[in-house]
Write a protein that binds this ligand. Structure first.
Ligand code: 1GP
Length: 248
């Protein structure tokens, strides 16, 4: 089954999904593989690989290969920043445009550079509109985002609707990795009410309560990264977050 079909089916069945983000710059490939295997056992629905800084073709390749070796059923999806660190060892790539970037490279330039590479490597592209919400953190800085203020729900809805009308499959509301506040649930629910495509929320989600709140507000997919990196006991920390997403 293609990765998009797998995601689409779950969204159509109103099954909430959890995805784990691993940054190849944060641990060795072997450690990343071990963590990914554990996340699958705990019920995470996909592993995403990427980071805003420190990602190279070498660490992407080695980490993706190690993760794939540990995964039994769930897919590995590239979450790219720039097109110079793509790897053939993943199942799919979020082919994304940062809709509120002020740097044209992040809106369409890197996509043009990467498109032929994605085709050549045979990775499945999944079109996604990426929207950076305050505080935005490193990704806002790297991508020169004109960050949407937390109170500006109207702007978030307008960006999300534009993504839908541009033909994207998914919209990602991103508060930034390590954010002290995740996207507001009111923003998630207003966006949900106004769009007919899949909705992802990520950045700063550290507790089962936050994960459940955002899933109940209408996010189809909850992404966590930092919590896995920092957890001394992944089984307990991530296990509870995943359970909260699934059972809301
Ligand atoms: C970042 O949304 C993801 O792109 C995950 O954020 O690291 O804060 O979980 P965290």
């Amino acid at each position: 089954m293609r990765v998009w079909e797998y995601i689409e089916k779950k969204i159509a069945n109103s099954e909430k999904m959890h995805m784990t983000l691993l940054d190849p710059d944060k641990q060795s490939p072997a450690e990343a593989g071990e963590i990914a295997g554990k996340c699958e056992e705990l019920g995470s629905d996909a592993i995403m690989i990427g980071g805003s800084t420190g990602v190279t073709r070498e660490n992407m390749d080695a980490t993706a290969r190690a993760i794939k070796a540990e995964l039994e059923k769930i897919p590995l999806i590239i979450f790219p920043t720039k097109p110079d660190a793509l790897t053939p060892h993943a199942d799919a790539i979020y082919f994304m445009s940062m809709l509120n970037s002020q740097d044209l490279n992040f809106v369409i330039g890197y996509q043009v550079l990467g498109a032929m590479v994605v085709k050549k490597l045979g990775i499945e592209p999944i079109p996604m509109g990426y929207i950076i919400i305050e505080p935005g953190m490193k990704v806002a800085e790297v991508g020169s985002a004109k960050v949407i203020p937390r109170h500006d729900i109207r702007s978030a809805v307008a960006h999300a609707l534009a993504a839908e009308y541009l033909g994207m499959n998914l919209v990602y509301l991103e508060a930034g990795s390590g954010a002290h506040q995740h996207v507001p649930p009111e923003m998630v629910s207003e966006v949900r009410k106004n769009i007919g495509i899949g909705l992802i929320a990520g950045g700063g989600i550290r507790t089962p309560e936050s994960a459940s709140q955002l899933a109940r507000a209408g996010a189809d997919i909850i992404v966590t990264g930092t919590v896995v990196e920092e957890a001394s006991d992944i089984e307990n920390t991530l296990g509870k977050i995943i359970a909260a997403v699934k059972h809301r």
